[in-house]
Write a protein that binds this ligand. Structure first.
Ligand SMILES: NC(=O)c1ccc[n+]([C@@H]2O[C@H](COP(=O)([O-])OP(=O)(O)OC[C@H]3O[C@@H](n4cnc5c(N)ncnc54)[C@H](OP(=O)(O)O)[C@@H]3O)[C@@H](O)[C@H]2O)c1
Length: 339
């Protein structure tokens, strides 16, 4: 912690005492999605995060097909005790440019072993099912995840982008500490049914893409700001007329941030942090400069009037364009068990 940085503080996810830094670090972009990454800068960003008290690290076995877990594992070697390590299983890239979802118990076990090996650790603090498998009853998947807890390989369980029904069925098998889902000023879908069910069961909420995949920082002004291989080039919110319409939203966020003496990204993160003490956003970056800016969000306190204004600027449904080109990535359900 430097004298200029605010203390990040901690929050607790779930009812079984998973205490994490109040702001996490999303590591995905260090291996895929948002343009090329520099390995040395990625590792330096991870080390700087720990120095600043951002100790809740988010990865997945699918990020860079294992590359991200190896990178995070290398970076935390010697500092494992400072970290709350979260990773995920169930997604795998297929030969058709899409993803396969596999929630079969045998795959849960194999993926966990592979993640432990790549991360170079003997226990994962939070193990998420990345997407619910539409072919495997969630009870079977979570049952296999629960065995990992019993074996001491995993400390807490999580779900990502699960539907309300999936969450209810999962908690009937084993406590769920965290639900990771997209939540930000321009993506409010979670506030429908799913958030209420999570809170009913004391499940912590981990918003991913809390900066709107970078858009809410105001740094992205047009498609030319993306590298050739940047995934956002084909994203429904970053293309055509949707892009121009969404720029009006971000300009309003920037104007309000200017009045408040913070950056647009800090205002967007402060809004997520203000949604409850059970909410731990994981902004993603592969650069120390962005990380340091994002950490500043914990010092931005929003009044009821600020929140009302932000609610006016960004009401539910404000974003033009879907959050995925393929809606099957959102709020997954699984079949009932055969009788
Ligand atoms: N469960 C899931 O299905 C799921 C889906 C998506 C993401 N995630 C997790 O959530 C994490 C965060 O989500 P995300 O990375 O998609 O989106 P995000 O955090 O909303 O935004 C990340 C983007 O914002 C940029 N950025 C970050 N801080 C900035 C700043 N202060 N100023 C300007 N630009 C800034 C980053 O740039 P640089 O990359 O250049 O640093 C990156 O392009 C991921 O890393 C991943 O761990 C999970």
């Amino acid at each position: 912690m430097t004298s200029a940085s605010p203390p990040v503080g901690t929050r607790t996810l779930g009812r079984d005492g998973l205490t994490v830094s109040a702001l996490g670090l999303g590591c995905m972009g260090m291996s895929q999605m948002y343009g090329a990454a520099d390995r040395d800068e990625s590792v330096a960003t991870l080390h700087r995060a720990l120095d600043l008290g951002v100790t809740f690290l988010d990865t997945s076995d699918v990020y860079g097909d294992g590359h991200n877990e190896e990178l995070v594992g290398d970076a935390i070697r010697g500092r494992r005790g400072e970290v709350q390590l979260a990773t995920k299983f169930s997604l795998r890239r297929n030969d058709h440019g899409g993803m396969d979802i596999d929630g079969r118990p045998e795959n849960v076990r194999a993926c966990a072993e592979a993640s432990l090996r790549r991360l170079g650790v003997d226990v994962i603090d939070l193990y998420y099912q990345h997407r619910v498998d539409p072919r495997v009853p969630i009870e079977d998947t979570v049952g296999a995840m629960a065995e990992l807890v019993q074996q001491g390989k995993v400390r807490h369980l999580g779900l990502s982008e699960a539907s309300a029904a999936s969450v209810r069925r999962a908690v009937a098998v084993h406590p769920i500490a965290a639900l990771q889902s997209e939540w930000s000023l321009w993506t409010r879908d979670l506030e429908g049914e799913v958030l209420g069910v999570a809170r009913e069961h004391g499940i912590g909420v981990v918003p991913f893409s809390p900066l709107g995949r970078g858009f809410l920082t105001g740094a992205i002004r047009g498609p030319e700001d993306f590298a050739e291989d940047d995934w956002r080039r084909t994203h429904p919110r970053f293309t055509g007329e949707a892009f121009a319409a969404n720029l009006r939203l971000v300009d309003a966020v920037r104007a309000m941030a200017g009045e408040r003496g913070c950056t647009a990204g800090q205002l967007a993160l402060a809004w997520v942090l203000a949604q409850g003490g059970d909410v731990v956003p994981i902004p993603g970056t592969k650069r120390r400069s962005y990380l340091e800016e994002n950490v500043g969000a914990v010092a931005v306190e929003l009044s009821a009037e600020d929140l009302r204004r932000l609610g006016e600027i960004a009401p539910p449904g404000v974003a033009q364009g879907g959050r995925y080109a393929d809606s099957s990535y959102a709020y997954g359900d699984s079949p009932e068990r055969a009788a």
